[in-house]
Ligand binder design. Structure first.
Ligand SMILES: [Zn+2]
Length: 156
C-alpha cells in the first residue's frame, strides 16, 4: 500500500462519524493498510491492520501477530493501543480496523473492551478494507452498556 493507492469511501451509514474530517479518515486508513501488510498471520492467513487516533492528533497502528500457541496471538487493535500508550497517548478519538472479505471486519469482543478503556462510548469505529472505508459504528453500538474506568473508584 503506498501513497498513490486511491482511497474510496462507500459508507452506507454514518453512525458515530461525528466530525472526523475525511483527511483524518484517509490517514487512519493508510496507517492501517500499511500495518495489514506487515501482519504475521501464518495460521489463519487473515491479516488485519488497525489504527487509532489519539487526543493529540497522532495516529498509531498495529497488526495482528499470531502464535503457534494460538491463544497467545495478539489482535491488530491491541497492537495499535500498545503503540499509543507507549507514545504517551491515553485517550483515543477514533479507531479504524481494516481486513479483507465480504463482511465488515469488526473488533473482537476482547478488543472492544480494550478500546473502551481509552475511549468514550460515542467514539467512531471505522470499518475498512483495502479499497477504503466501508462502514462506521460507535463503540457504544459494538459494546453496549459497557463497563469502563469510571466504574472504578480510583482515578486514572
Ligand atoms: Zn481482538
Amino acid at each position: 500500500m503506498n501513497g498513490s493507492t486511491p482511497y474510496k469511501e462507500q459508507v452506507l451509514n454514518h453512525d458515530g462519524l461525528l466530525a472526523l474530517p475525511v483527511s483524518l479518515r484517509e490517514a487512519l486508513w493508510r496507517a492501517a493498510a500499511h500495518a495489514q501488510l506487515n501482519a504475521y498471520a501464518p495460521y489463519s492467513r487473515f491479516q488485519v491492520g488497525a489504527a487509532v487516533l489519539d487526543d493529540r492528533g497522532q495516529i498509531h497502528a498495529g497488526c495482528n501477530v499470531e502464535n503457534a500457541a494460538y491463544p497467545q496471538g495478539v489482535c491488530a487493535e491491541a497492537g495499535a493501543l500498545s503503540a499509543m500508550v507507549l507514545a504517551g497517548g491515553r485517550r483515543l478519538h477514533a479507531v479504524l480496523v481494516l481486513g479483507d472479505g465480504e463482511a465488515w471486519v469488526t473488533p473482537c469482543g476482547g478488543c472492544r473492551q480494550k478500546i473502551r478503556e481509552f475511549a468514550h462510548p460515542q467514539v467512531p469505529v471505522l470499518l475498512a478494507d483495502r479499497q477504503g472505508l466501508r462502514g462506521v459504528l460507535t463503540l457504544e453500538a459494538l459494546l453496549p452498556h459497557s463497563f469502563g474506568p469510571e466504574h472504578l473508584s480510583q482515578t486514572i
